[in-house]
Ligand binder design. Structure first.
Ligand SMILES: NC(=O)c1ccc[n+]([C@@H]2O[C@H](COP(=O)([O-])OP(=O)(O)OC[C@H]3O[C@@H](n4cnc5c(N)ncnc54)[C@H](O)[C@@H]3O)[C@@H](O)[C@H]2O)c1
Length: 336
């Protein structure tokens, strides 16, 4: 299949493209480079003996998209282009509505106009109401941030689009916490970009780019008091996109799947695992809890296992080893 990957120069987009190439598909990357560097896209060239063409542009730009789809011959779109900081979305919600939601509407309009009606959409665990139990797709949604609300609204838009034209094939993937890097060490999450995610921050401390890590609270109702999350190796996540493409192949449908491991690890466990993998110490200090941080968030991955035939296979040590291989070979990030 020939697949357009929006947000393709970003962290997960690059790995999704790698999975496409490794599985014999073609990938074309589209990105406005608001959170990625051009060097990221050429790093793919060393993988799978092939590369993926890169198109610089914005998913909100209809004219640009028309040019992309005309003669593009795409079978499907993986839509990952979005801003992704929960904290920033609280401070500046309109930025998230304008970029993420308007971007999705614009993309759907141009896809419909060009007869491309197969879409894999990056949603997020942030659509759920906090719960210490495993989160299943049937649980009530109740996002606690504008970022999560926009994801939920986008899911609703996709349901409306599918209801109006059931020929659409739509896979909504609710990612839990993506971490790690491709085992080649050629691609990963750029350590020089600002990230509020935990593992990139741990990596920055190990590299000496940050003095110490701030751990938000050790008084949560969890075994060691720090927050527990479901960390998913980014190549497990990328391979789920290939499984979702296969799932959509037989007939038009709309489906929602959690992508996670079903296991939780605390912040302190993650720090220790990273120290083992890197051989570096990661100094940290405990600061007050952040408002709105759920103590525990873990996926129930049973539906993805049953329907997509997909399951995560890589654990915490592998995640940290792959992350460190990439970070230690790219301490200054991808070339600009
Ligand atoms: N990283 C995670 O753990 C996680 C968890 C849940 C959901 N997600 C979702 O997965 C997707 C990818 O996340 P990521 O971690 O790779 O983030 P990322 O920031 O590395 O990648 C997103 C890419 O989209 C691009 N982009 C943003 N707005 C754009 C626009 N209007 N037009 C074109 N390109 C645009 C950015 O330049 C960036 O390269 C996002 O939709 C995010 O919300 C990520």
């Amino acid at each position: 299949m020939k697949v357009l990957v929006t947000g393709g120069a970003g962290y997960i987009g690059l790995h999704a493209a790698a999975a496409l190439l490794e599985n014999g598909h073609e990938a074309v990357l589209l990105d406005n480079l608001s959170n990625a560097s051009p060097g990221a896209t050429s790093a793919l060239a060393g993988l799978a003996g092939r590369t993926a063409p890169f198109l610089k542009g914005d998913v909100r730009d209809s004219r640009f998209l028309d040019g992309v789809f005309e003669g593009g011959g795409f079978d499907a779109v993986m839509h990952l282009a979005a801003l992704k900081s929960v904290d920033e979305s609280v401070e500046n919600p309109l930025r998230y509505y304008a970029n993420n939601m308007a971007g999705t509407v614009s993309l759907l309009q141009r896809m419909a106009a060009h007869g491309v009606r197969t879409l894999i959409f990056s949603s997020s665990a942030t659509v759920y109401r906090d719960s210490p139990e495993l989160l299943t797709e049937t649980l009530p949604t109740e996002p606690s941030s504008p970022y999560g609300r926009v994801k939920l609204f986008e899911e609703e838009i996709l349901r409306d689009v599918h209801a109006a034209d059931p020929e659409w094939r739509i896979s909504i993937l609710r990612y839990f916490n993506a971490v790690g890097a491709h085992p080649s060490g050629l691609i990963g999450e750029d350590p020089t970009r600002t990230s509020t995610n935990l593992l990139p921050r741990i990596g920055q401390v190990a590299l000496g780019l940050r003095e110490r890590l701030e751990v938000f609270g050790d008084d949560n109702p969890t075994p060691d008091g720090t927050c527990v999350r479901d960390y998913l190796h980014v190549m497990d996540l990328a391979n789920a996109h290939i499984a979702a493409l296969e799932f959509l192949r037989p007939e038009p449908r709309l489906a929602v799947h959690n992508l996670g491991t079903g296991r939780g690890h605390s912040v302190l466990e993650l720090i220790r695992a990273f120290e083992r993998a890197s051989g570096r110490t990661v100094p940290f200090r405990i600061v007050t809890r952040r408002a709105g941080d759920a103590p525990i968030s873990r996926a129930d991955p049973a539906r993805a296992r049953a329907e997509l035939g997909w399951t995560a296979t890589r654990g915490l040590d592998r995640i940290c080893a792959d992350q460190w291989r990439f970070l230690s070979s790219h301490p200054n990030g991808f070339p600009e």
